[in-house]
Design a protein around this ligand. Sequence first.
Ligand SMILES: Nc1ncnc2c1ncn2[C@@H]1O[C@H](COP(=O)(O)OP(=O)(O)OP(=O)(O)O)[C@@H](O)[C@H]1O
Ligand code: SF4
Ligand SMILES: [Mg+2]
Length: 322
Amino acid sequence: MDLLQVNDLKTYFFTEAGVVKAVDGITFNVEKGCTVGLVGESGSGKSVTAQSVLRIVPRPGKIIGGKIFFNGEDILSKKEDEMRSYRGKKISLIFQDPTSSLNPVFTIGSQLTEIVSQHKGVKKSDAAEEVIKALSLVRLPDPEEALNRYPHQFSGGMKQRICIARALLLNPELLFADEPTTNLDVTIQAQIINLLMELQKNIGLTLVMITHDMGIVTQMCKCVVVLYAGNVMEIGSIEQIFQMPHPYTEALLKAVPRLDQTRKLVSIPGNIPNLINPPSGCRFHPRCQYAIDRCKDEIPPLIDVGDGHMISCHRWRELNGG
Ligand SMILES: Nc1ncnc2c1ncn2[C@@H]1O[C@H](COP(=O)(O)OP(=O)(O)OP(=O)(O)O)[C@@H](O)[C@H]1O
Ligand code: SF4
Ligand SMILES: [Mg+2]
């Protein structure tokens, strides 16, 4: 069953320079209990998609079209106070930078117990118990002792564990992890990835893993949604996207960085387009090695090319022997 359905979502930023079409007609589903990878270069709309689902798009951004269903319920038609009971409780989010997402002036204990007592209306001591449980779940050493410490007393990896514990405090069903390992070194990165995979399995969490890194996707995800310039280019299983990738995914896969290089995927030739005035037709055409005139003129629809493999490309069939 699909826990999350996003249909033709459009989220634009109304800036002085013009309307930034950050998310421009994105459609994908997330099956309950799965880990779905949301991938694409910088600026492709990954974070704005997550913000849209939680309805926390910052100004001057606005969701201007489409539908989002969570457990069959229409998220975009909910009133703001109803929406508050979704954030953290049903859908949660962890960010790239654990340092800036924890408040430096309060202890871990006071920040986390506050969340529990506020939402569950329980006594401080009971809330502390729940926090200790969550910190143990993410295998933070010495969770009781950690309650009295401040964020700066922890390493980056430990801070990210604390952020994961915080995101899971209210037992959400769906967790968006927005590049949670980008700022961590490679060994710590692997530990956080393993932790997320373990949590996903053990507590049946549904996970949307946002990343630039196809290595992480291969390791963690069953299904992948590939975004480019606010559009979905491809949706498929790991096998499908490796065996017969969309031309953009193919370029992303070729750009898998080596461990000794920077972890950002930026080595596809050409620049990421301006989303105020995106390229006509297929948005990838100015950078696509297979582009023909038709690609410039006609927007390729996202179609099922077999077994749920969705592709938006005029030439995919021909390039794949069909
Ligand atoms: N607050 C904002 N104001 C104006 N434009 C914004 C704002 N936030 C995002 N955008 C624009 O929306 C587009 C998509 O941004 P988004 O942050 O979703 O990209 P991303 O795929 O998460 O990239 P990254 O990998 O760098 O995090 C970008 O062109 C970005 O400039
Ligand atoms: S539609 Fe054309 S430009 Fe776009 S990915 Fe396919 S071949 Fe490349
Ligand atoms: Mg982002």
